[in-house]
Ligand binder design. Structure first.
Ligand code: TMP
Length: 218
């Protein structure tokens, strides 16, 4: 086989699914800012641990030096492309770590993954790139991601999410109602198109949200 053919095949390959990659399982939580996803994903990981699973909870942007650059870009970058590519770079490193955990048979619970880039940067870059944006974002992420076994989308009315956020300090530029409405709409589209997604009403008490997520593990 020529090297050209090999390259073509490898760039066309589907992202590796967690189930095929390993004994472990890979769960992702997505949602707009204020949807409660960090609390829910941590509690979900705790519940899995309580039933005897070997669980690791992780998040994006990561706590690595790369994640620090992402947070800095989020505050300071002038180019939306630079910021986007940093999210992807952080994810590329993170995916290598996730793959190791999965190969060890661990259950990985991740607070934000590729869906965040598709939804948030899908909104931000559309102003610059137009309708080709989503296709480009998927293509950039495709070689560096593992397909989650399940992606839980915590759905909350953006106005309610905003009112939760107002109580917190350090609001960033994303936390604006109009922006969150657009991100929410894009998440809804992603959930329709991607069979790994399950949508959960995040206005319910946390225990109910967790019960629903547990029922949807399989
Ligand atoms: P967090 O509040 O869940 O820690 O996320 C920090 C912000 O980063 C949040 O507003 C969403 C944003 N974000 C993106 O825009 N794209 C991404 O790919 C990721 C992982 C996060």
């Amino acid at each position: 086989m020529s090297s050209e053919t090999r390259i073509e095949r490898s760039t066309r390959a589907e992202p590796l699914s967690a189930a095929l990659a390993s004994k472990g399982r890979f769960f992702v939580f997505e949602g707009i800012d204020g949807s409660g996803k960090s609390t829910v994903s941590r509690r979900f990981a705790e519940r899995l641990t309580a039933v005897g699973k070997d669980v690791v909870w992780t998040a994006e942007p990561t706590s690595s030096w790369m994640g620090d650059q992402v947070r800095r870009a989020n505050r300071e970058a002038e180019s939306a492309f630079a910021e986007t590519l940093l999210y992807v770079a952080d994810r590329a490193e993170h995916t290598l770590q996730i793959r190791k955990w999965l190969e060890e048979g661990r259950w990985v619970v991740c607070d934000r993954y590729v869906g965040s880039t598709l939804a948030y940067q899908g909104v931000t870059l559309r102003r610059l790139m137009g309708p080709r944006t989503m296709e480009w974002l998927k293509a950039v992420n495709q070689p560096i991601i593992i397909r989650p076994d399940r992606t839980f989308l915590l759905k909350l009315d953006p106005e309610l999410a905003m009112s939760r956020l107002m109580d917190r300090e350090g609001r960033d530029k994303f936390e604006k109602l109009d922006f969150l409405r657009k991100v929410d709409a894009l998440y809804a589209r992603l959930a329709e198109d991607d069979p790994s997604y399950r949508v959960i009403d995040a206005s319910q008490p946390v225990e109910r949200v967790l019960d629903e997520a547990f029922l949807m593990i399989r």
